[in-house]
Each structure stands twice: as C-alpha cells, then as structure tokens.
Design a protein around this ligand. Structure first.
Ligand code: SF4
Length: 345
C-alpha cells in the first residue's frame, strides 16, 4: 500500500539519518528513463573507482557511519565491483543495501546465482524500481523474478513505484508485483534532473506545515566527488551549492573533514536532531522575517521537503535566522558526542 512515506523498512529501522551514506556509485545506466533524477543513461561514464568507494566506506565507519545504500545510475552494471564493495562494507560493520532496475534478473538460474553471491557478500536489502518509465527499458517481469528469488534467499526486497500518466500500465505493474498487498516506496517529486512535466499533475503539492520528510537529510556522495547532506542529489547537483546541504568535494577535502562539517553544522543538526517542521516554525515565529514568510512562503506549495528547504535556504535573511535559532537551541557539541556506533545484529 503506497503511503506518504511509510517510514518502515531498511531505510528507517535501526538507523539514524546521521549514520547513513547514500553512495551514487555511477551515473551510467542501461536505461534512460525520461524522468530520471540523475539524468542517467548508457552514455554516462562517471563512476567511483571501487577502491575509492571502499576507502570512503572505511573512513565513514571511523566517523560513525554504519548504513550504506549503493545506488546509481545502475550499480549492477559493475556486478563484480559491487560484490567486492558490499563485502568490504559488511566487514566494516555496515548494513548494506542497493538500488537497481533489475535488468540483470534475466532468468532464474543466473538471478539465483547473483542474488546468492550478494547475500553471501553481506547485502541486507535490495530496492528494485518498477514504473511505467522503467518498463520500456526493463520488463517488469524481471523485477517480479528478482523479488521472488530475494524471497527464496531471505533477502529483503522493497519495491519503488510511483504513478505515471498511463493508468493502465500502472495497474498492470501494481498487479504483477502484488503492490496492493504490500508496502511500496515512493518519494516526493524532485523538479531537477530530467523532464518531469508529465508527473507534475500526479504529485500533490503541500504547504510547509503539511510537508513530511522521508528522511532525506543524510549524506550522499556523487561520482563527481560532491558530498551533499541530502539524498535527492542529481547529475550536476548545482542546486545544493552554496546551501548548508553542500559539504564539499572529497577530491579536494579529506572525507573525514566533510563528515565533521556535517556533524557540526547548526542547520544540519537542527534538521536531524529536531522535528522536520522546525524550520517552518522558526520562520513563522521570528519577528524579523515572520510577516514576509507568512505572506510569501507559508502558503506556497512544494513537491518535497527538499524543494522547500532549498527555497528558504537561498534567502540569506531566512538562513541567518535558522542558523541562529539552531545554534541557540542545540545541545553544545562537547555535551553531545558524535554518533555512537552500535553493532548491527
Ligand atoms: S530512473 Fe533509474 S533505471 Fe531509469 S535511467 Fe535513472 S537510474 Fe536508470
């Protein structure tokens, strides 16, 4: 049953946002979906070398990270490297999950062999995407087969689905994957990336007071080396530059310093340590910005909380007020140690 962020499953259970790494291993993809957030396609060449990815994981662990999502593009274009990375992350104590479009689930025998190897390497969950945007490139049969084989191996399989203008095709996919009988996952609409015009009428806009957060404020790493504290990263990610979400580039700054910048940012701490409505509350109450905010932004509609945050963070006066309120209300860092590293069961 699709809900507005069901908040159950591998992305939510037993992990805090500050402990996550969302790694875009490559922008390359066998598909080129018209709506793709990362503008991935077969011509894209950017990827993170596997040894670099392993070093990032090891450094992340030293700083309290313990949950890794391997995404793309299509990471399983590099199957052997992903097995190596999963195994390394598992050995470091990470809960490891991965996204895929399931192109590689071509037949029972090879899918069983691959899922078996991933499970043995330590993968804990797979998130295949199945929508009418994907189905011209990857038949939904493959997602169904992958789901079935994951069940055989006891590997958690959470399906990402969202509606399209093609109702008949949507119903076919939902029926084929039994989505009426299980939780499926979707996200707020992100307006950057490829063309999402056809999706605009299908996704609701919500006012700031109504916006929920799926847990988007956690560390993402792109094949360009950008490290951004938001998992809605895109191909260029320039919309995050100059905002508190942008931490830097690991080619220029040691990764450990970027993680410390995440942990010490008053704005990022505010977003993760307090409830996600806090920004709206601060701007609605501060006498310096309240009138303008209530007149211009409080009644505006947003497709996602990331779109809202970026909108208000681009306003220097708002950002100063949020930073000030954050710094004043947060527990000082010396009294609030960096995230503990509980062992995964
Ligand atoms: S949406 Fe997924 S499957 Fe489609 S092009 Fe983008 S990364 Fe590839």
């Amino acid at each position: 049953m699709g809900e507005y962020y069901p908040k159950v499953g591998a992305c939510y259970d037993e992990v805090r946002e500050t402990e996550k790494i969302f790694l875009i291993y490559t922008y390359k993809c066998n598909a080129s979906c018209s709506h793709c957030l990362t503008e991935s396609n077969p011509q894209r060449a950017e990827k993170i070398p596997v040894e670099t990815a392993k070093a990032l994981v090891s450094e992340g662990r030293r700083w309290g990270k313990r949950w890794l999502m391997i995404s793309g593009g299509e990471p399983f274009l590099y199957f052997e490297e992903i097995v190596d990375l999963v195994s390394h992350a598992r050995d470091q104590g990470f809960y490891v999950c991965a996204g895929t479009n399931a192109f590689w689930a071509k037949d029972e025998e090879s899918t069983r062999e691959k899922v078996g190897r991933l499970k043995e390497a330590g993968l804990r969950a797979l998130f295949p995407s199945a929508t009418s945007y994907h189905s011209p490139y990857v038949p939904t049969d493959r997602v169904r087969l992958l789901d079935k084989i994951c069940q055989e191996f006891g590997l958690l399989c959470e399906i990402n689905f969202y509606p399209s203008p093609d109702n008949d095709q949507d119903r076919r996919i939902q029926k084929m994957l039994g989505l009426d009988q299980r939780v499926w996952y979707t996200d707020g609409l992100i307006l950057t990336g490829n063309d999402v015009t056809s999706l605009l009428p299908l996704f609701p806009r919500r006012k700031p007071a109504e916006l929920d957060d799926c847990g988007s404020v956690h560390m993402a790493i792109t094949p360009h080396g950008d490290v951004i504290c938001n998992c809605n990263v895109t191909y260029r990610s320039t919309e995050f530059y100059g905002t508190p979400f942008y931490l830097g580039n690991f080619h220029q700054t040691p990764f450990g310093e970027l993680i410390q910048a995440q942990y010490t940012s008053p704005v990022l701490r505010l977003l993760t340590e307090q409830h996600h409505e806090r920004v709206h509350q601060i701007l609605s109450e501060d006498p310096r910005v309240r009138d303008r905010y209530l007149a211009v932004h409080a009644g505006k509609g947003y497709y996602s909380i990331t779109e809202y945050y970026l909108d208000v963070f681009r306003d220097a006066e708002y950002l100063a007020v949020i930073e000030e309120a954050g710094a004043a209300s947060l527990v000082p860092l010396e009294a609030a140690p960096l995230p503990a590293m509980p062992q995964m069961s």
